[in-house]
Design a protein around this ligand. Structure first.
Ligand code: NAD
Length: 433
């Protein structure tokens, strides 16, 4: 099938790479000329395991190309995926300007029947607006269908999530569009993954409701972790005990320093905005959002209460990305942690396996080092923000030799408290002291 994918970001590139690898011919369009010329040279703008290799292979074999020419991409494709950004607008709602711009181009250049697929995360009712934008710009009355096909991939395991998803959701209004979408996803369905076909509005809401539920679980556990600290319980054991209940399940029960990234914070805000606009209560999600903002400040407050005066103290930071296996820094809790520590006078030396470059847009006055141990030289304390695998079993004696004092503030609960105390560290984590 000939497919255009608008947006060469996380979702667009993963969609384009995976669909080309299944034999489709993909034209990936972006307005960012540098990004497109780099992609043509095999330079992929984001760190995502396996993505560069997949793009390079399919580019060489002629199944994927990159362009800024929206007209050609639209006219040479039967299906058009919209995978552009939907960042947070001024009052929390999703900003849909990029999506509508693509819809306008489609209207302008449409030259035959097209299936137009909203893959960007968009509020319920957006497909109707996309339809209007296409129609308004059409000069000839050519037929098209709108489909909602939200994306559920997680950064860091995006290829796997696209190829072996928990589910594929397709919101459609016509059999013609449904059959086109089913044929695109048949090679994935073949692996036993379920496809749920719904109306368009339900599909749009499934995405927001899913992210909001996951964010709610995280904020809930973070709130319970505080009670664990006050009363002397262990949040990891509490989570384990809860997760063994089939009705609850073990995932997304980890307490930590809050959720971040390009999706949960803005999607929770956008759903709050939609609920309010449509006259519905949003109090549950407002509480989730507030709890998360508070949680990001928990670790610096803990450092302060334990170490007192931080003026001139050298603090090593392990991990900056909002989660492991990505260099994405958008809304990363580390931003709050580092800023707060700096405000209290601490000097920060940081290591992240891949997020050094991206973090420079969000953080200032940090010394960066190339391996975790270099950050520890003469450090008064270590603060862990991201649970990269390489931090899980470090050389504790070597760490002790390098550090001036032995405080570890673990925002991701990656160590066993008894073991790390046995090693002689003064260990503080979330919900376990
Ligand atoms: P991104 O910021 O990484 O990429 C968006 C790309 O769209 C940019 O390269 C930008 O230049 C391009 N763009 C903007 N306007 C354009 C236009 N008119 N024509 C062509 N390209 C244009 O964004 P992302 O993380 O890939 O997210 C895209 C959408 O997918 C969002 O709605 C997001 O909420 C959703 N989503 C993201 C993830 C994730 O983990 N990143 C997961 C699921 C869903």
């Amino acid at each position: 099938m000939k497919i255009a994918v608008f947006g060469a970001g996380y979702v667009g590139l993963v969609t384009a790479a995976c669909l080309s690898n299944l034999g489709n011919f993909i034209t990936c369009v972006d307005i960012d000329t540098t990004r497109i010329s780099n992609l043509k040279k095999g330079i992929v703008p984001i760190f995502e395991p396996g993505l560069t290799e997949l793009i390079q292979t399919n580019f060489k074999e002629g199944r994927i190309d990159f362009t800024t020419d929206d007209k050609a991409a639209i006219q040479n494709s039967d299906v058009i995926f919209i995978a552009v950004g939907t960042p947070q607008g001024d009052t929390g709602e999703a900003y849909l300007g990029h999506v509508f711009k693509v819809a306008e181009s489609i209207g302008k250049y449409i030259n035959g029947y097209k299936v137009i697929v909203d893959k960007s995360t968009v509020p319920i009712g957006t497909a109707d607006q996309v339809r209007k934008h296409v129609k308004k710009n059409q000069t000839k009355n050519l037929d098209f269908d709108i489909v909602s096909n939200p994306e559920f991939l997680r950064e860091g395991q995006a290829i796997n999530d696209f190829m072996i998803p928990d589910r594929i959701v397709i919101g459609v209004e016509s059999d013609k569009a449904k059959n086109t979408m089913l044929s695109i996803y048949r090679p994935i369905e073949r692996t036993g993954r379920p496809i749920l076909v719904t109306d368009i509005k339900s599909a749009e809401l499934i995405k927001y409701a899913s992210n909001a539920m996951l964010a709610t679980r995280i904020s809930f556990m973070n709130q319970i972790s505080k009670l664990c600290e006050v009363m002397g319980a262990d949040i990891k054991l509490v989570a384990k005990g809860m997760g063994l209940d089939d009705r609850i399940g073990p995932r997304f029960l980890q307490a930590g320093i809050g959720y971040g990234g390009s999706c949960f914070p803005k999607d929770v805000q956008a759903l709050i905005a939609t609920l309010k606009q449509k006259g519905c209560e949003a109090d549950i999600l407002e509480a989730v959002d507030n709890a998360n903002a508070r949680q990001k400040a928990v670790m610096p407050a803990k450092v302060k209460s334990v170490m007192k005066d931080l003026k001139g103290k050298k603090i090593a930071v392990w991990g900056l990305a909002f989660k492991p296996k990505t260099d994405d820094m958008r809304e990363a809790p580390s931003i709050v942690v580092v800023n707060e520590l700096q405000k209290m006078g601490a000097k920060i030396t940081a290591f992240d396996p891949v997020a050094e470059e991206t973090s420079k847009k969000f953080l200032k006055d940090i010394s960066y080092v190339r391996n975790p141990y270099d950050a520890l030289k003469d450090a008064d304390a270590l603060v862990i923000n991201t649970e990269w695998d390489e931090f899980r079993s470090p050389d504790f004696p070597r760490m002790k030799k390098l550090m001036k004092d032995y405080y570890i503030f673990d925002g991701r609960n990656i160590y066993e408290t008894s073991e790390i105390k046995r090693q002689g560290f003064k260990y503080y984590s979330i919900g376990r002291n």
